[in-house]
Design a protein around this ligand. Structure first.
Ligand code: AMP
Length: 223
């Protein structure tokens, strides 16, 4: 099973992606995480990519595309969930070309839709419980609003993550994602067109709902 997942930062892509990996026993190939591994391992590739990543820019295609395609080839036949790639039209075309050449089928493309304003609020509204990072608290989501000033699960103190409050950084990431001409949404629509021609299946999920609702919708749309 080979799956591609799209969704802006703040859409719950990680959560739904985890569900897909568990259901199909497939490997997570996350371009951002691969870069971070290269950086911490001190590789040549990591050294080249670091400056772009620190500035919140895309790493150039001549570095990113071969890196991801090599991992996909090594994983051929075992199944994967590709996350964070493609992020522009060139990456989309090259991915399609490589899959065709390798005779690899793309079973599903999943897009989690969320208005930009909502995605930004979700990130900025996140609150971390000092007792447990997994206790869900968000001042902008009714279903998981904190209990006053404290954690809704255990009553622990709440804090924010500094990068969640950096509006300029969030905007930069969303500028790339929501660009329908050459950005990540353009790449998603490239695969949506392929789905219209029967080359793959395209699943759209309304990301403004609760995690459980999105999960149920996703499960119903698979098969
Ligand atoms: P992420 O963890 O997905 O937010 O990725 C972290 C950073 O890695 C991004 O801000 C980019 O600098 C870089 N990156 C990840 N995926 C790609 C990609 N497909 N193309 C270019 N740069 C990428």
């Amino acid at each position: 099973m080979n799956i591609l997942i799209f969704g802006p930062n703040g859409s719950g892509k990680g959560t739904q992606g985890a569900l897909l990996m568990e259901k199909y026993g497939i490997r997570h190939i996350e371009s951002g995480a691969v870069f971070r591994q290269h950086i911490s391992g001190g590789t040549e590739l990591g050294r080249k990519a670091k400056g772009y990543i620190d500035r919140g820019e895309l790493v150039p295609d001549d570095i990113t595309i071969p890196m991801v395609l090599d991992i996909l080839k090594a994983q051929a036949g075992k199944g994967w969930l590709l996350d964070g790639f493609p992020r522009n039209m060139e990456q989309a075309r090259k991915l399609h070309e490589a899959l065709t050449q390798a005779g690899m089928k793309l079973d599903y493309v999943v897009e989690i839709l969320l208005p930009r304003k909502t995605a930004r609020e979700r990130i900025m509204g996140r609150r971390l419980c000092v007792n447990n990072n997994n206790h869900p608290n968000n001042i902008f989501i009714d279903a998981i609003k904190p209990n006053g000033e404290v954690c809704r699960v255990c009553g622990g103190a709440l804090k924010t993550r500094p990068d969640d409050q950096d509006e300029a950084a969030i905007n930069k990431r969303h500028d790339i994602y929501y660009d329908e001409k050459n950005g990540t949404l353009a790449a998603a629509y490239y695969f949506k067109d392929l789905a219209a021609r029967g080359e793959t299946a395209y699943i759209e999920l309304d990301g403004s709902r609760t995690i459980g609702e999105i999960r149920a919708d996703l499960l119903a749309k698979l098969n």
